[in-house]
Design a protein around this ligand. Structure first.
Ligand code: SAH
Ligand code: SF4
Length: 348
């Protein structure tokens, strides 16, 4: 049933410690009932910070001239995928700035095939490589990728426009989400929470947008200002606690409304609180995306300020993560793709 907007607005307007706890508990009950308490891990490779776009909020936008640009080589990326396999993460996520040139398209195709081969098909492959043409999405799907993450950023067209240069188009982004679905990928989208000018009404509409698009996965996180972007002026009034709380409320409302989809507890939550990601799991998320990018590149992939884990290797992180997840009374779906129950239901 399509979620009721009035109820969504109420959930998102929850205030006060006790009421918030009740909201998170309710979402946790829905999570337990519909998707269980197994956390699925996806190793995240931040393949390159080269980006042809210039989104006003993002630290790796093309207009940031202070950044040294990098691209991880094929061999290094393959080594990271092997690490992912060794650590028994069932899936890998390949994320980067947006590029549409042939060299890049072929590089990604080769990499997808390489990862499939080295893991004998065991590692699931998710892409987060922005807006592309149908043929490109198809080519990557045929090479072996099966999930795609493309955040709509906000479902409010006007707000979208205010956050992007005129040559970036909301309509095109939406069209891309449809193309991705058409190709057969499991589709993930999401929004930033706490954008300048964003209202509770917008966030409620975002949840309705996710429902109408029939998404399989969500990756959402608080907007965090970056000093080298046009939105840097928001840093002064930025409240990490408020941003964190709004992020958690949104996760909880999405779990309650959308029930059986996969929801990621994103790094942006951890940037705001050392236990932000665990809080995300307690508020209804069931997926984590540990960063497996070689630490030497991490400085270069600061989409927002204060991104955590700059010097922490993937192996160090895994030990800690296991402990933290077990402490919550949850288990880890090692070696599993962990497709969303929502997707499995559609397939059957
Ligand atoms: N270039 C691709 C993937 C990398 S960007 C794309 O744009 O789809 C991944 C996500 O980082 C974006 O979708 C955006 O939601 C998020 N992001 C960028 N800047 C951010 C900021 N300042 N605060 C929080 N999230 C941000
Ligand atoms: Fe590029 Fe993505 Fe950042 Fe936009 S959000 S500037 S497309 S990396």
């Amino acid at each position: 049933m399509r979620p009721d907007k009035k109820i969504l607005r109420e959930l998102l307007s929850t205030e006060g410690k006790e009421n918030l706890q009740a909201l998170y508990n309710k979402a946790y009950d829905v999570k337990k009932q519909y998707v269980g308490t197994t956390v699925y891990l996806r190793g995240l490779i931040e393949l390159s910070n080269i980006c042809s776009k210039n989104c006003y909020y993002c630290g790796i936008r093309s207009g940031n001239k202070e950044l040294t640009r990098y691209q991880i080589s094929y061999e290094e990326a393959i080594a990271e995928a092997k690490l992912c396999l060794q650590m028994h993460y069932g899936s890998i996520v390949i994320q980067a700035g947006e590029r549409e040139d042939r060299t890049w398209i072929e590089f990604i195709t080769k990499l997808i095939k390489g990862i499939k081969e080295l893991s004998e098909g065991k590692l699931g492959i998710t892409l987060s490589l922005g807006e592309q043409k149908l043929e490109v999405y198809q080519q990557w799907f045929e090479a072996g990728a099966h999930r795609y993450l493309l955040r709509i950023e906000t479902s409010n067209k006007e707000l979208y426009r205010s956050l992007h240069p005129v040559n970036h188009s909301f309509e095109k982004r939406l069209k891309c989400l449809n193309l991705i679905q058409e190709c057969g990928y499991q589709v993930g989208t999401g929004v930033m929470i706490g954008l300048p000018g964003q209202t509770i009404d917008d966030l409620a509409n975002d949840i309705l947008f996710f429902y109408d698009l029939d998404v399989d996965m969500l990756g959402m996180g608080p907007f965090i200002p970056h000093h080298n972007t046009p939105l840097k002026y928001l840093a002064e009034s930025f409240s990490p606690l408020e941003a964190l709380t709004m992020g958690l409320k949104m996760i909880a409302a999405c779990r309650i409304a959308l029930k059986d989809i996969n929801i990621a507890s994103t790094t942006a939550l951890q940037a705001l609180h050392s236990e932000g990601r665990e809080m995300g799991l307690k508020a209804g998320a069931n997926v984590l995306m540990p960063n497996i990018t070689d630490t030497k590149y991490r400085e270069g992939y600061q989409l927002y300020e204060g991104k955590p884990g700059l010097n922490e290797t993937a192996l160090q992180f895994q030990k800690q993560l296991e402990k933290r997840i077990f402490a919550l009374g949850e288990t880890i779906g090692y070696d599993e793709w962990g497709d969303s129950k929502h997707y499995q239901k559609k397939k059957n």
